[in-house]
Each structure stands twice: as C-alpha cells, then as structure tokens.
Design a protein around this ligand. Structure first.
Ligand code: PLP
Length: 385
C-alpha cells in the first residue's frame, strides 16, 4: 500500500502520504495526539519528531497527501486559510509591493490592508482578467502577486499561465488561492505558480466541520522559509483536524464530480428561469472567460452566482424561503449553502468597491452541495416563486 506521482488523482487521494501504521498495521494514520516525543539520547530523535509544533506524524501525512494532490513537492498545514495566507506575506519585508486581485476573498483583503499594510507592505488591487492593467500595475518593488480564481463572488477566471509568465518576467513570486477549485479541478503549480494556498475549511475538508489551511510549493527555498515561519509563528492545525482533513481528501475526487454535475444543472436551470436576470458560472458558454476556464480547470466547480430580477426585497424573500439550501456563510461542504454577499460575506468591502465589482443587492451566491440535483432545483424554484 503506497502511491507515487504517476498514479491517478483518486489513488493519490486515498494513499499518498500514508502507509499502514508500522506498529499495529492500522490502515488509517493514527491521531498522534501528543505534544512531545521521547528522545533516545539528547538530540537523537525518531525521524523528524521532537515537538508537535515543529512536526507531527498525522500532520505530516496530511501535508504529504495534499502536496501530492497539487502536484507539488512540499506541503505545509496551518490552523486556517488566513493563517496560511499570512505565512506567504511573511516572505516580504517593509517597503515591498504586492499585487492583489480585485475581488479577492474578504478575509484576505482584510489581512493585506489592515494588518500587513501597517507593517509597511504596499498593496495595489488590480483586475487580473485585464492583462494590460495587470502588467501596468507592477512597480520596481513588486515582490508578490496574489491571485484567486475563480474569484469570489463574481466568479471571474484569471488566466494563471499568463499571469505566471508576467510575474516571472518581473521577478515576483506568484501565489494562487486555489480554494474554490480544490486540487481536483485545477493545479496552479503546473501552470507556473510558485505557491498554492487553500482554505481546507472548504472543499478539501468538505464536511463543514473543521477550519484549516495549506500551502504547497515545488521550490525548496520557499518551502524552507515558509516552514521556518510555520515553526516560529506556530499557527499549526490541531491533530484531530489533520486527521479529519486526511479522511476527507480520500473522497475529494468523488465529491468534486458531484459538485460540478449539480452546479451545472442548477446553473442551466436558473439561466432559463424568468425571474433570474443573469447566471454566472464558468461552465456556461455565456461566461466571459469560459474558454480560459475550459483550458485551465478540468471541471467548473460547485459555486454558482445569480442576479435575481429585482433588488433587496426579492433577494431577502428567496433567502428566507429556501429549505434545503442553508442560509450561511462558507462554502465547499457536502450540504448546499446560499448567501447574500452584500450583507453577509462581503459586508466589510466598502460600498463603492462593492458596486465596482458588481456585488449588488440582487446578487446571490450558491455553494451547490452533493444532494440530489432535482431536490435542489425544486427548492430554488419554490423559493424564487
Ligand atoms: C474561506 C476562504 C479563505 C480563508 O480561509 P479560513 O479557513 O476561513 O481562514 C481564503 N480564501 C478563500 C477563497 C476562502 O474561501
């Protein structure tokens, strides 16, 4: 029982990073719920284990598993997605400049603008679907590009290969937040990114029961620097969480297939609905970057954004009437969620910026789960009325 890089995604999802427990043969990697490890002689330790903030076997199995799924050499796990993001920012020094895609995750926006800007990091928001604007936004001190694709909640698709090429030319590190895709649908490292970030809270965990984050890279130097920050800052995940994530990745490919299938059905159905003004889904041919999505993703994901005909009243009425879709923030779990970005997830984005991004009162974001598509569609129809 083991896996190697030549195996397919499903085989790696189930086996990468894991071997039967050598002492008992347990098929599942045990939860090594321990803070410290006994040494044979001062400094003589078993493998790399001396203290669980530095390394722990359950965490290591998860880190190796996720690295394999992203086609990367090194994985690092953290206590949340934003903790992972912060570690990438620690690669910078005061006076460095960062390019950030314009409708980035709200928590990422807050971390950049309200924590790291105060430590002397300079930030420019830019629409990375506009390559001309992207190129023009670089400065002499641009050291990092942070992209997220599809974006949230307007599901714009950024061409990772094109952005990677420009970043490399300008000597900046490219980090891609791959949370919306999961490693099953998109592998940014293979498209030229230097670092991939995930909130494992979403599709990787997939069951809405744990908070976590990961970073994956092929670059030995970046890995050593980020591992040093992981050790020094200590935002490591709990061991129970590592076990849950390790269990969840075993079904990631199967869950993602159903998320994509259901989301496509919901998107097509709502696209033809008389009370829906517009549906945004990368799988629809009407999506402005459908061709890029087709090229760089191997499925279009579980997130669907709709614009209802009407305004806040119509949105509120729908959100109060759904029965299977749960009105809640977050995404990527097996259960379907629905939310109103202007009031909920994106309330912290200033009103003028929200307007510029198209986050209006009639915009509703769906995280389509893996229930029966017919039931989901009936639920939405009933709620839209
Ligand atoms: C949720 C999310 C994050 C932050 O992750 P947490 O686990 O909540 O800290 C970052 N990026 C994206 C795209 C997310 O959806």
């Amino acid at each position: 029982m083991s896996s190697n890089d030549s195996h397919g995604f499903g085989t790696r999802a189930i086996h990468a990073g894991q071997t039967p427990d050598p002492s008992t043969g347990a098929i599942c990697t045990p939860i090594y719920q321990t803070s410290t490890f006994v040494q044979k002689s001062p400094g003589v330790i078993v493998e790399e284990y001396d203290y669980s903030r530095a390394a722990n076997p359950t965490r290591k199995a998860f880190e190796d598993n996720i690295a394999s799924l992203e086609g990367g050499k090194h994985g690092l796990a953290f206590s949340s997605g934003v903790a992972a993001t912060g570690v990438v920012l620690h690669l910078l020094s005061a006076g460095d400049h960062v390019l950030l895609c314009d409708d980035v995750y709200g928590g990422t926006n807050r971390l950049f603008h309200r924590v790291f800007a105060q430590m002397g990091i300079e930030i420019t928001l830019v629409d990375m679907t506009d390559l001309g604007a992207f190129k023009g936004a670089f400065k002499d001190n641009t050291k990092l590009v942070w992209a997220e694709t599809p974006t949230n909640p307007t599901l714009k698709i950024i061409d990772i290969e094109a952005v990677a090429e420009v970043s490399k030319e300008k000597g900046a590190i490219l980090a891609v937040d791959n949370t919306f895709c999961s490693p099953y649908l998109q592998n940014p490292l293979s498209l030229g990114a230097d670092i991939v970030c995930h909130s494992t809270t979403k599709y990787i965990g997939g069951h809405s029961d744990a908070i976590g984050g990961v970073l994956v890279t092929n670059d030995d130097g970046l890995f050593e620097r980020m591992k040093f920050v992981q050790l020094s800052e200590g935002a490591v995940p709990g061991i129970q969480e590592c076990f849950l994530f390790l269990r969840s990745t075993k079904t990631l490919h199967v869950r993602m297939e159903r998320h994509c299938e259901n989301a496509m059905r919901v998107a097509e159905h709502l696209d033809a609905h008389p009370k829906v003004e517009k549906v945004v889904y990368p799988g629809l041919e009407s999506h402005p970057q459908h061709a890029i999505a087709k090229r760089q993703m191997c499925g279009f994901g579980g997130m669907v954004t709709i614009y209802l005909k009407g305004g806040l009243d119509e949105s509120r009425a729908m959100l109060e009437k759904v029965k299977i879709f749960a009105l809640a923030e977050s995404l990527g779990g097996v259960e379907s969620l629905i939310e109103h970005p202007a009031i909920m997830t994106h309330a912290s984005v200033p009103a003028d910026q929200r307007a510029k991004l198209g986050i209006t009162d009639n915009l509703i974001r769906l995280s389509v789960g893996i229930e029966d598509a017919d039931d989901l569609i009936a639920d939405l129809d009933r709620a839209i009325g």
